[in-house]
Design a binder for this molecule. Structure first.
Ligand code: SF4
Length: 324
């Protein structure tokens, strides 16, 4: 198991501020992430799971400084990413790359595949044309693409081929860390498995570290070493993939897992249907944020926020785990 921290996140908070009222003078802050602590270890795949709006994509965008954080620290290579100036940020973007959910919206429709993959090489590195062609050839082969794809436009590719192009482009600068934001959600089920297998191969070959974001805990199961489950801007459970799937501690994780098909029908879980919708992050419930939907709620849940309860393989935040 990976033990060297690559990225350490301390008390990360992100507020979105909207203006309302007469002349827009009223400021309304919506806290999307609150006091989040997280360590990502070298060479691991950390899965982040949760429903839409839980803050997982905001976390990804903050890590890449595509949006600014409100407070906290993201430490990488001896520096706080949130304090980096433009030049240092440009260097960081060589180490950190992102693959988005829909390749057809993330790839420039007016560029051919060869130019899409070569663009970061031309922008960041001083390579000759021959060296760029050699890198293109390496990236195509690593990502299961052929020379014939180089001259095509994104609309001439299948969904799986387009996502392979997006992955090849993300790998062009030989990054250390890849954020994979729902990278298989827009693909057919059969193609999803191919892309997951490709990502696993690339990680082994290149020593990559992944942050794999998904709303589908079943997809994360196939790739993650550890899993963080997010609900309304907070991590409610964290543990090794094996432990979280075998023995989920938090009622929210239990509900997510109960909706996942099990290959072994004997091990099928009883389906837990959560009542109500996800509350608004603009007005999160008091106490435990999950209490408005939790099937195991007790009186204390409405008033007191639960703290981390550690186990051998991770932790979860739930009053029931403290034996209250
Ligand atoms: Fe449910 Fe209470 Fe545990 Fe929250 S603290 S998950 S409401 S039992």
């Amino acid at each position: 198991m990976a033990t060297t921290p690559l990225i350490t996140i301390n008390k990360l908070t992100k507020d979105y501020v909207s203006r309302g009222g007469l002349l827009g003078r009223q400021r309304n802050a919506v806290r999307v992430i609150e006091d989040l602590d997280l360590t990502i270890y070298e060479g691991e795949t950390l899965g982040i799971v949760g429903e839409s709006g839980c803050g997982k994509s905001t976390l990804a965008n903050t890590l890449l400084r595509l949006i600014s954080a409100t407070s906290g620290e993201i430490n990488y290579n001896g520096a706080n990413i949130l304090d980096l100036d433009k030049a240092a940020l440009r260097d960081l973007r060589q180490h950190f790359q992102m693959v988005f959910q829909n390749p057809f919206t993330s790839l420039n429709p007016r560029m051919r595949v060869g130019d899409i993959i070569a663009e970061p090489l031309r922008t960041h590195l001083s390579l000759s044309s021959r060296e760029i062609m050699e890198e293109l050839s390496r990236l195509l082969s690593e990502c299961g693409l052929k020379d014939e794809h180089l001259g095509r436009y994104p609309h001439e590719l299948s969904g799986g081929q387009a996502q392979r192009v997006a992955i090849a482009r993300a790998l062009a600068l030989r990054p250390k860390f890849l954020i994979l934001d729902e990278p298989t959600s827009a693909l057919d089920v059969s193609v999803q498995a191919q892309i997951i297998n490709l990502l696993v191969r690339l990680q082994k070959r290149n020593g990559l570290t992944y942050l794999f974001i998904s709303h589908d805990i079943g997809v994360v199961q196939h790739i993650a070493d550890r899993i963080a489950v997010m609900y309304l801007g907070e991590i409610v459970e964290m543990g090794t993939s094996e432990a979280v799937f075998a023995n989920p501690q938090h009622p929210y994780t239990q509900a997510l897992l109960s909706a996942t098909p099990q290959p072994d029908t004997n091990a099928a879980r009883e389906r837990i249907v959560l009542s109500g919708n996800v509350p608004s992050v603009a007005d999160p419930p008091s106490g435990c944020r999950f209490h408005t939907r939790c099937p195991h709620i007790i009186a204390q849940c409405k008033t007191d926020a639960p703290t981390k309860v550690r186990s051998e393989s991770g932790w979860a935040t739930c009053h029931l785990l403290t034996g209250v």
